[in-house]
Design a protein around this ligand. Structure first.
Ligand SMILES: [Zn+2]
Length: 307
């Protein structure tokens, strides 16, 4: 069985010329490809495999970050084909603010990475880079993406090496300087109503934490708050989520630890996804359901970002 991971799936955005996304037409072509090549796993079969330990053959679709794209483009494309998917939502999406991780995407989508990185370097001091010494954050991140050096530097600093206590303020400044004081990104996220509708129509809505932080940067208490808090907040949106599932923000083995998996198991989470690119085996389902592997969509035909 193959789980596939998607993020932004949309039409091209004129105002954000470098915004990384899978075009909806390519997504539809990829669905056709998966249907012909592997077939899709039925939801009931997938969920039953956690009891039987027998993994069915075929593809399972997952979508990260709770963006409005998933309601506007993905959900209709799935419904048209009678398919289902798992949608992982950071619950701070419901706060009315754009999360830091997505402000980073918007900045890189709108502006030249080198100009952005130069501006960032003027704002960041060495004291702020509290996790610069962690080799797993500087060596092992973003290996499966093709990024320019400047994009890599911008993302690594803001997502991994900076202390979170400094990050939001720096992003406030960059957003103000680059987009101006009045720019708002309305309707960036799927609303609670949209997610409710999707959940009522066969989709699974899972937790992607509250703030989309790198879990391994957090203390046990902070991780616990991110996981328990997000499950509670999701339950308020989806009155009966039926399945408790999680996917790790960023998702590489550097991004979570034993503590994260322990908390998830204690919380009754049935399964969690990381981003290790390989098939899911019976051993994975039985032996380590809190670290199921997943492929990026770019590993298959039609899955490359146009930008
Ligand atoms: Zn994510």
């Amino acid at each position: 069985m193959k789980a596939i991971m998607y993020h932004y799936v949309r039409e091209d955005v004129e105002t954000l010329p470098h915004f990384k996304h899978l075009h909806i037409d390519d997504f539809e072509q990829q669905l056709d490809f998966f249907g012909k090549e592997y077939g899709f796993v039925k939801k009931e079969e997938f969920l039953a495999s956690f009891k039987t330990g027998m993994v069915p053959e075929g593809v399972v679709l997952t979508f990260d970050d709770g963006v409005a794209d998933h309601y506007k483009f993905v959900y209709p494309a799935l419904k048209k084909r009678n398919l289902w998917g798992i949608f992982y939502v950071p619950t701070k999406n419901f706060s009315g603010q754009i999360l830091d991780v997505h402000r980073i995407h918007l900045l890189l989508g709108g502006f030249d990475a080198e100009v952005l990185t130069n501006s960032l370097n003027k704002l960041v001091t060495l004291e702020m880079l509290t996790d610069i010494g962690r080799k797993e954050f500087t060596g092992d991140t973003y290996k499966s993406q093709s990024n320019s050096e400047a994009t890599l530097a911008f993302k690594r600093t803001l997502n991994y090496t900076i202390g979170y206590e400094y990050r939001s303020q720096i992003l406030d400044t960059l957003m103000f300087d680059f987009f101006g004081p009045d720019k708002k990104f309305h309707d960036f996220y799927a609303s609670p109503e949209m997610l409710r509708e999707m959940a009522l129509n066969d989709m699974i809505i899972g937790s992607h934490s509250r703030n989309h932080f790198v879990m391994s940067k957090l203390s046990e208490a902070e991780q616990s708050d991110e996981i328990k808090g997000s499950f509670l907040e999701l339950e308020q949106v989806i009155s009966d989520p039926k399945v408790k599932t999680f996917c790790y923000p960023y998702g590489g083995f550097h991004s979570f630890n034993e503590t994260t998996e322990k908390i998830l198991t204690e919380q009754g989470c049935l399964f969690s996804f990381n981003v290790e690119a390989r098939d899911i085996s019976n051993e994975d389902i039985l032996g380590r359901p809190q670290a199921l592997p997943r492929y990026d969509c770019n590993a298959f035909p039609f899955g490359k970002c146009r930008q």
